[in-house]
Design a protein around this ligand. Structure first.
Ligand code: SF4
Ligand code: SF4
Length: 435
């Protein structure tokens, strides 16, 4: 056993209201310089949707991307050896700026100075970089609040895979928000793909950083990160990414996104894990085994043997205590209500999500309306407005079992607390499920 400590985050998606405060405050703190205009270290996507950059989840689109072979080594996905070698230098599989977005405002003069017309004048989009009127075709969260529907099939690869199984008529439409930062992966493919060795994972807390002096601007990290959470600064010629606000966490204050989150949905904590098991877990054959495999990497911080090994590994008593007190450990391991984002990318992501439960469909009265009473939901998880299958594509490589179990527990907890708050006797079956 080789114990290491990792800062991690869990986001409770039921609480996200899509206000983008986290994105704006992060941008103000970290990417308000020239060359970083298009970068959002934190972004909030509407699901279903294309994401940011556009279609980042379509791993086939980035054909030159990297994948782990059975021995846990990163290799380019396709092509002959020579082609793969050439690929390292040519690096053609990068999102373009139009897949991210170009910052724009509106040409309000068009409104104010327009002559009398038959139709109402419109304010045209105007590029904030070139100052020209432009035909903007994409922006971060461009598909905000569109929800599911036949027109989203083909744009959201997850929805496209499920279009046969998931009903997409108007009455069944669904949407929710997914805030995203760098995953500070246990097995970061950005670091593995950097020819200059400029990306490193800090031993003390697992934060993944780019050494700006060593970076030579190869951009292999952009290709290599399946979450597309590392960006190229076109002014400095260097890669940049979320730093988990390390100057803040080093002095004991939370990340900017956590501190300013309106929904208070971000939990930060310390996880202890067995570094010797990471590559083995990342290399399991079946994608559906990756979520349990990653769970198996985490160590119980209350186990005296783990504590002794952690002390031997030089982890400070404060950090061991933080791991023991961590809400993250409880949400991920004890209750198993937090799940990893796309474990099939095999980088062992460390930002996990409590899947959204609401809105609750009133399944007992069979009206199909959204219901308030979570007792109706308990035992009827498959009747949720947000299809379990869609959540499974996001969080468990398509395995609906763990998602259903997490939602069941959340529904039970909601019903239990409602009974307690109303002074009612909780349903014994529900009470048993939350204990
Ligand atoms: Fe690297 Fe991407 Fe993982 Fe962040 S999410 S650590 S940039 S591979
Ligand atoms: Fe969601 Fe919080 Fe970000 Fe608002 S600040 S979009 S509630 S994560």
């Amino acid at each position: 056993m080789r114990v290491m400590a990792q800062l991690a985050m869990v986001m409770n998606l039921d609480k996200c209201i899509g206000c983008h405060t986290c994105s704006v405050t992060c941008k103000q703190a970290w990417t308000n310089r020239g060359g970083t205009e298009y970068m959002w270290f934190n972004n909030v996507e509407t699901r279903p949707g294309q994401g940011y950059p556009r279609q980042y989840q379509d791993q086939e689109k980035w054909k030159g991307g990297w994948q782990l072979n059975r021995r846990g080594k990163l290799t380019l996905k396709s092509g002959s050896r020579l082609k793969r070698l050439l690929n390292i230098f040519a690096n053609p599989d990068l999102p373009t700026v139009s897949d991210y977005y170009e910052p724009w405002s509106y040409d309000y003069d068009n409104l104010l100075s327009s002559p009398a017309m038959d139709t109402t004048p419109v304010a045209r989009p105007k590029s904030l970089i070139t100052g020209e009127n432009t035909k903007i075709t994409w922006g971060a969260n461009w598909d905000d609040d569109l929800g599911s529907g036949p027109e989203q099939v083909g744009k959201d690869p997850l929805l496209s895979r499920l279009s046969e199984q998931v009903k997409l008529e108007f009455e069944q439409t669904f949407m929710f928000y997914l805030p995203r930062i760098c995953e500070h992966c246990l097995n970061p493919s950005c670091a593995a793909s950097c020819p200059s060795g400029a990306i490193y994972k800090r031993a003390e807390d697992g934060i993944v950083l780019v050494d700006q002096d060593k970076c030579r601007g190869w951009r292999q990290c952009v290709t290599g990160c399946p979450y597309k959470k590392i960006y190229f600064n076109h002014k400095t010629g260097k890669a940049e990414k979320c730093t988990f606000c390390y100057p803040r966490v080093e002095v004991g204050i939370p990340t900017v996104c956590s501190e300013t989150c309106v929904g208070r949905l971000r939990y930060i904590g310390v996880m202890l894990y067995d570094a010797d098991k990471v590559l083995e877990a990342a290399s399991v054959t079946d994608d559906k085994d990756l979520y349990p495999a990653q769970l198996g990497v985490f160590l119980n911080p209350h186990d005296p043997r783990v504590v002794a090994e952690a002390e031997r590994a030089g982890i400070s008593p404060e950090w061991i205590q933080a791991a023991q007190d961590s809400p993250i450990y409880k949400l991920i391991v004890d209750y198993q209500i937090a799940l990893p984002l796309h474990p099939e990318y095999r980088t062992m992501p460390m930002v996990w999500y409590v899947p959204p439960l609401s809105p609750v469909v009133d399944v007992l009265s069979e009206t199909g309306h959204d219901g308030e009473d979570a007792r109706n939901l308990f035992g009827a998880i498959d009747a949720l407005r947000i299809p379990v299958e869609y959540l499974a594509e996001l969080f468990t490589a398509g395995d609906v079992g763990p998602v259903r179990a997490a939602l069941q527990r959340l529904a039970g907890m909601r019903a239990f607390m409602r009974s307690v708050n109303l002074g009612e006797e909780p349903d014994p079956a529900i009470a048993a499920s939350v204990r």
